[in-house]
Design a binder for this molecule. Structure first.
Ligand SMILES: [Mg+2]
Length: 392
């Protein structure tokens, strides 16, 4: 193994990108090997990486010293090292696994460079393309026509599955959805994301109301930590219930699966601890009759990581694709195209080139320096009602 490269350094690139709608932050991770090759990874906190500076510091101070100097023999061995060395102090949930995810993805990218194979090929490739669903905005943001115009470019690329978001004023949201539904066409499937807004009685009322729309799932109707309430909802919900973008690894997913706290599992390789950990979660779900649809809501490396995840698990047929992030992928991404032109018949092609097939433009990172959220509520569109206060 004398020719095996080792990890020479790990660098973090926290960035903030402003769209017309909001300012959103991202954290890219670059791992450099002793032979000069680099791998890119990314951290997602379920909505970009709002506190990218904090997690970047966690990587610099805690995880990089555990990896630098180690030979690149097995990604899983290095991922295990990061987890086992910190588990009893920093824990197994939230920012520690998020930080580990960024490094793990970069290590897979690096392993792909070293072997000349794509990440999904290294894992066992099961698909060359994966269907995407359009992950749209909050219904309160405008009339049905506004939402249809945002979705139209994707519908024109053959996308036939659409997710919309409800907020505290869910009855008026459903009025908007009632107008939007016929615009989309009868062959388009609908999903609803509730972003942890409701108490159990409201979630029950909304789930019942959604039977009118034949939705494929209602996502995060209660705060994700309220597992007992979620369990009560799932037991009698007339529509499937989805959770997973705030789940951190197999133990967490298995606990929810065993208690029947979800019908659809949504792991994210950039959140849950990495591609391998998200695969373990995905592999466990079919035994419980649970569908797996990975979460995607960050920059180009996170999208690519989840695309390779989907392309290496037979049961995954669909991933999330938020069109509001198209300018982000275009600005920061290099390598394989991930934009609208890359969607054919509603499917995104899985890169075949070495590693993720997607890199990060360091110049773009320098052009978009990180801004800490300060008093702004991270992950909330400025000027919209604060949906994190729950029922009204
Ligand atoms: Mg969601």
């Amino acid at each position: 193994m004398s020719n095996t490269p080792s990890i020479e350094r790990i660098d973090t690139f926290p960035c903030t990108y402003g769209t017309d709608r909001e300012r959103m932050s991202f954290l890219y991770v670059r791992v450099t090997a002793t032979d000069g090759t680099v791998g890119w990874g990314e951290v997602c906190d379920s909505y970009g990486c709002s506190y990218a500076g904090v997690i970047g510091h966690l990587i610099d101070e805690v995880f990089a010293p555990l990896i630098v100097g180690q030979p690149l023999v097995s990604v899983d061995l290095l991922a295990d090292r990061m987890r086992l060395f910190t588990r009893r102090r920093l824990g197994d949930a939230w920012i520690a696994p998020q930080a580990r995810s960024g490094i793990e993805i970069a290590l897979w990218d690096l392993m792909g460079q070293a072997t000349g194979r794509s990440v999904s090929s290294l894992l066992g490739r099961t698909a060359d393309r994966v269907e995407v669903y359009a992950s749209s905005g909050f219904l309160e943001e405008g009339p049905a026509e506004h939402h249809y115009e945002g979705l139209r470019p994707l519908l024109e690329r053959g996308v036939r599955k659409v997710k919309v978001r409800t907020g505290p004023e869910w009855r008026s949201d459903l009025d908007t959805l009632r107008k939007l539904r016929p615009m989309l066409g009868a062959d388009v499937e609908l999903m609803v994301d509730a972003s942890e807004t409701y108490t159990l009685p409201t979630a029950r009322a909304l789930a019942t109301a959604l039977t009118e729309f034949d939705v494929q799932w209602i996502e995060e109707p209660l705060p994700q930590s309220e597992r007992a309430g979620i369990e009560a909802l799932v037991a009698h919900s007339p529509v499937p219930v989805a959770y997973g973008e705030h789940m951190f690894g197999l133990d967490d997913a298995l606990d929810a699966l065993r208690r029947r706290q979800l019908d659809v599992l949504q792991p994210d390789a950039a959140t849950a601890g990495g591609i391998s950990e998200a695969r373990r979660m995905a592999m466990a779900a079919p035994a419980f009759g649970v569908r797996v649809v990975p979460h995607v809501c960050s920059g180009p490396a996170a999208l690519a990581a989840n695309l390779h995840l989907a392309a290496s698990v037979p049961g995954i047929r669909l991933i999330e694709y938020p069109p509001t992030l198209l300018p982000v992928w275009d600005t920061f991404g290099t390598g394989a195209a991930l934009g609208l032109d890359a969607i054919d018949d509603g499917h995104l092609t899985v890169p075949e080139t070495a590693g993720l097939g997607v890199g990060i433009d360091e110049g773009a990172c320098a052009d978009h320096p990180y801004e800490a959220p300060g008093a702004r509520v991270a992950g909330t569109t400025t000027g919209l009602p604060d949906r994190f206060v729950g029922d009204r």
